[in-house]
Design a protein around this ligand. Structure first.
Ligand SMILES: *[C@@H]1O[C@H](CO)[C@@H](O)[C@H](O)[C@H]1NC(C)=O
Ligand SMILES: *[C@@H]1O[C@H](CO)[C@@H](O)[C@H](O)[C@H]1NC(C)=O
Length: 575
């Protein structure tokens, strides 16, 4: 670990130059937003192909590659209908249905998380009856009332993202007027504004970085878990990962565009400013050392990776350069930070697996750093990275093509985890033996099972579940739309067939306890114990949406016109 030694003596040093840059950046933001972005409402609504950056999709959709594979697209649409109607019949209005028992749960403040989160999937698939029912619910919810603490991150990406994306889709003219009227559209936007205003206390910190939770009744930000004494509120626990600071800017910029009120873009820009214009020396350029204290802005740990808790900060650094108008003065800074982070990731944490006795092929995975340790473990979440890297490699032009090669190699690694299990679904997390010894890995296969898996496939599972997650399929969607290679569509179909076969339960799509053990005969409870009785709303918001879009005509939600949030909600690129 060449970078580590520097840190072992003086832990968190400031970089004096960047302090000034951060201050300057912060001062300009508000002023700039008021003057430029919202001065011309007519221009705001036009939807042209961007001038900044290259075209993203492989070719125009009228050629062979862009045609829908209608039969497969329809099968996915059937799965969405099944998901919707089971929820409608048994759990309507609660946050989520429990797909095995048909009971329901409301752990997301009870505003109907499933309904709001799945609404943009319904639009793209043209499921108008289902959409009409969903809108009926959305316009009646009071998004400002809840007795439970509100998770600012989850609420922004699932609820706020779904609402503003729905308005954007309406404004783009893709929803029939008898499904959503102009009045309903305005009410949905009002609901988004009410929610965003209720979330406002999140940004009331000395740094502008968000509180992890908000108490809506008291209108103030709190820690998670809430501090038991005021002393706790100072430092203990007041640290968050980069994803929490950096995953509200897309949603809030769209809200600012839709309302003309600069406060949302301002606050969400300030929320990640301490990361983008970091005044702390970093172990590796572009890669955030985390967690970071929201009170002081200081890194209080040294975890570095693109995996859970960090992921969408890097995703949004790239995607804001797609969404923001070309005159945004920070585009170059965002792009530079993203490219630096991507290069640091490749140089330090891309790790090829060594050959195993019965599997000589070597695959590329994403490791993590923590203090001096090299953690040879990747989770399914990090399979989002190929998609985002491919977007960058195409949009930023020829010079960045090697990021695309890196991305495809990572995607092939994710594919290998799917292809190696009996269910043909990849595990939640896995480890491997790095080919290069200097990596000094933390993990090695110790149990009999781990050794067997490693011998057969060159990696072993460290968490055997499948949670209905989208990231692998999401990256296949980007890979197909960007490269036009038919193998990515085939892999997406393989994944759908496997998931449909093993996860489809009496009341929805269940999670799997063990992707290596899916034969009902291996389990008790009439085989039902192979399932975990949960169906997260991202199953409908993302997994099914990206599957369907991979088989639909490539003109639907074209990557040259739409930017997908980290929850799969499409926003219009307006330039
Ligand atoms: C798309 O490509 C086809 C040929 O594959 C061409 O005939 C057509 O003009 C192109 N359309 C646009 C809008 O570029
Ligand atoms: C914006 O951030 C300030 C703190 O800088 C906070 O007081 C205010 O409530 C926030 N407003 C919104 C709409 O987020």
């Amino acid at each position: 670990m060449p970078g580590f030694r520097r840190w072992s003596k003086s832990k968190f040093e400031k970089n004096p130059e960047s302090s000034f840059k951060l201050l300057a950046a912060v001062l300009v933001i508000t002023f700039y937003l008021i003057i430029k972005e919202f001065s011309n409402p007519v221009v705001r609504l036009s939807s042209r192909v961007p001038k900044y950056g290259a075209k993203i999709q492989y070719a125009n959709h009228t050629s062979e590659w862009g045609r829908a594979d209608q039969e497969k697209a329809d099968k996915v649409r059937e799965a969405m209908k099944y998901t919707f109607w089971k929820y409608r019949e048994h759990a309507w209005g609660s946050d989520d249905i429990l797909p095995v028992t048909g009971a329901s749960s409301s752990l997301r403040n009870g505003w109907g998380a499933f309904i709001v989160d799945s609404v943009t999937t319904l639009v793209l698939m043209g499921l108008w009856d289902e959409l009409a029912l969903s809108v009926e619910h959305i316009v009646t919810v009071d998004f400002t009332k809840t007795d439970d603490l509100v998770d600012s991150f989850e609420t922004t990406i699932r609820y706020l993202g779904g609402l503003v994306s729905l308005v954007d889709l309406y404004d783009a003219g893709v929803i029939p007027e008898d499904v959503i009227t102009k009045e309903a559209r305005d009410t949905i936007l009002e609901q988004a504004v009410a929610l965003a205003n209720a979330l406002a206390p999140a940004y009331d910190t000395p740094t502008g970085m968000p509180w992890p939770r908000i108490d809506f009744t008291a209108s103030k930000g709190v820690l998670d878990p809430p501090a038991s004494s005021p002393k706790n509120a100072k430092h203990k626990n007041s640290a968050i990962g980069p994803a929490r600071a950096g995953s509200s800017i897309l949603e809030n910029r769209v809200l600012t565009r839709l309302t003309g009120d600069p406060i949302y873009a301002r606050n969400s820009t300030l929320a990640w400013a301490p990361l983008v214009w970091s005044k702390w020396l970093r172990t590796y350029s572009g890669l955030v050392d985390a967690p970071i204290d929201i009170i002081t802005g200081e890194p209080v740990g040294r975890q570095r990776h693109w995996d859970a808790g960090h992921d969408s900060y890097y995703e949004y650094l790239m995607k804001i350069t797609l969404l923001a108008p070309p005159f945004d003065p920070y585009l170059e800074q965002y792009k530079e930070q993203f490219v630096k982070a991507a290069r640091s990731l490749r140089e330090n944490y891309a790790s090829r697996s060594a050959s195993a006795p019965n599997h000589t092929m070597q695959h590329l995975y994403l490791a993590r750093g923590h203090e001096k340790w090299f953690i040879n473990r990747q989770s399914h979440l990090a399979c989002f990275a190929p998609g985002t890297l491919l977007l960058a490699s195409k949009f930023y032009g020829k010079e960045y093509e090697n990021l695309g090669l890196f991305a495809v190699a990572l995607l092939e690694g994710c594919r290998h985890t799917y292809d190696s299990t009996p269910s043909k679904i990849g595990p939640e997390a896995w480890s491997w033996i790095p080919k290069f010894g200097y990596d000094e890995p933390v993990y090695s296969p110790t149990t009999r099972r781990a050794k067997e898996e490693w011998r057969a496939s060159g990696f072993w599972s460290t968490d055997t579940q499948y949670k209905g997650r989208p990231e692998y399929i999401e990256s296949l969607f980007y890979a197909y739309r960007i490269t036009g290679e038919s193998r990515f569509r085939e892999w997406a179909w393989d994944a759908f067939v496997a998931i449909d076969k093993h996860c489809k339960a009496p009341y929805g799509y269940a999670q799997l306890a063990d992707v290596y053990r899916v034969d009902p005969g291996q389990w008790s409870g009439d085989g039902k114990d192979r399932w975990t009785d949960m169906q997260e709303s991202f199953w409908a918001a993302e997994t099914l949406k990206y599957l369907w879009l991979t088989f639909s005509n490539a003109n639907v939600a074209s990557l040259d016109r739409w930017v997908f949030s980290t929850e799969g909600h499409p926003f219009r690129m307006i330039r």
